[in-house]
Design a binder for this molecule. Structure first.
Ligand SMILES: C[C@@]1(CC(=O)O)C2=NC(=C\c3[nH]c(c(CCC(=O)O)c3CC(=O)O)Cc3[nH]c(c(CC(=O)O)c3CCC(=O)O)/C=C3\N/C(=C\2)[C@@H](CCC(=O)O)[C@]3(C)CC(=O)O)/[C@H]1CCC(=O)O
Ligand SMILES: NC(=O)c1ccc[n+]([C@@H]2O[C@H](COP(=O)([O-])OP(=O)(O)OC[C@H]3O[C@@H](n4cnc5c(N)ncnc54)[C@H](O)[C@@H]3O)[C@@H](O)[C@H]2O)c1
Length: 203
C-alpha cells in the first residue's frame, strides 16, 4: 500500500529519460510543481521540443548513460525500451526517487492521476491496478470539484492567514476556521462580506 505525500519539488532537479508521450505527460505535471527538468532522449515529442525551445526545460539529445542521473533528486524512466528502463533503475542510488514507467516493482513511487484547483490537489491511485480507472475517477472528480471550488479554497487560504496573524485567542481561531469551512457558509457565495460579518460578531 502506497503512502501518499505532497512533495515540495520546486527547483529540485528531475531527470526524465525518454521523450515520448508518457514522458511529456509526466513533465507537464512536474512543471506545474516548478521542478527543474532535464530530458535525456535521442528524440522528443513536439511538445517537449517546444518546452526546450522556450527554456522551460533542458533537453539533452542523446541516449541514456548512468552519469545522466548522478545529480538527480528524482528520476523518471519512460523510454520505449525495457532494457534501457532497467538500466536506469540499476544506475539509481537507493536515496533517489525513481519511477520506471513500465516497471512499478522497481520504482519507489508512482504517479497518481491529479485534479488541481489552485491550492486544492486531489490525487487518485489504484495502486497500479488500472491507470485507466484512475483516469476515469479523476474525470468524475474534476466535474464535481469545479473552478469555483478552487476560488473558495483560495479564499479559505487568505482567511486562514488573516486569522493566524490577527486572532490570538485559540478558541476563537478554531471557531472561525470551522465556520468558514461549513457548506452553509460556502453556499452563501459572498464570502468576503460574510467573513467580515463573522469577524465583527465574534471579536
Ligand atoms: C494515472 C497516470 C498518471 C500519469 O502517468 O501521469 C498513470 N498512468 C496513466 C495513464 C495510462 N497508463 C497506461 C495507459 C494505457 C492503458 C492501460 O494500460 O491501462 C494509460 C491511459 C492513457 O495513456 O490514456 C499504461 C500503463 N501504466 C503503467 C503501466 C506499467 C504497469 O502497470 O506495469 C502501463 C502499461 C504499459 C505497457 O503497456 O507496457 C504504470 C503506471 N501508470 C501510473 C500512472 C502508475 C499507477 C497509477 C495508479 O496507481 O493507478 C504506474 C504504476 C507507474 C507510473 O507511471 O507512475 C496516467 C493517467 C493520467 C490522467 O489522465 O489523469
Ligand atoms: N506509466 C505510464 O503511465 C505508461 C503509460 C503508457 C505506456 N507506458 C510505458 O512507457 C513507455 C514509453 O511510452 P511512450 O508512449 O512515451 O513511448 P514513445 O515511443 O512515444 O517514446 C519513447 C521515447 O524513448 C526514447 N528513447 C528510446 N531509447 C532511449 C535511450 N536509450 N535513451 C534515452 N531515451 C530513449 C525515444 O527517443 C522516445 O523519446 C513504454 O515502454 C510503455 O510501456 C507507461
Amino acid at each position: 500500500m502506497g503512502y501518499p505525500v505532497m512533495l515540495h519539488i520546486a527547483n529540485q532537479h528531475v531527470v526524465v529519460i525518454g521523450g515520448g508521450r508518457v514522458a511529456e505527460r509526466k513533465i507537464k505535471g512536474l512543471l506545474e510543481a516548478e521542478a527543474k527538468i532535464t530530458v535525456v532522449a535521442p528524440s522528443a515529442t513536439g511538445g517537449i521540443q517546444q518546452l526546450a525551445a522556450a527554456g522551460a526545460l533542458v533537453w539533452r539529445r542523446k541516449t541514456f548513460s548512468p552519469d545522466d542521473i548522478k545529480e538527480a533528486w528524482m528520476v523518471i524512466a519512460a523510454t520505449n525500451n525495457r532494457e534501457v528502463n532497467e538500466a536506469v533503475a540499476a544506475a539509481a542510488e537507493p536515496y533517489q526517487l525513481i519511477n520506471i514507467a513500465d516497471d512499478p516493482e522497481r520504482s519507489n513511487f508512482h504517479v497518481p492521476a491529479v485534479v488541481r484547483r489552485d491550492r486544492l490537489t486531489i490525487a487518485v491511485s489504484t495502486g497500479g491496478a488500472s491507470p485507466t480507472v484512475a483516469q476515469q475517477i479523476r474525470r468524475q472528480l474534476a466535474e464535481q470539484y469545479d473552478e469555483d471550488c478552487g476560488r473558495y479554497i483560495e479564499f479559505l487560504y487568505e482567511c486562514r492567514q488573516f486569522i493566524l496573524r490577527n486572532v490570538s485567542d485559540e478558541r476563537i481561531r478554531k471557531k472561525l476556521f470551522k465556520a468558514i469551512a461549513q457548506e452553509s457558509f460556502r453556499k452563501k457565495g459572498n464570502w468576503e462580506e460574510e467573513f467580515h460579518r463573522l469577524l465583527e460578531m465574534t471579536l
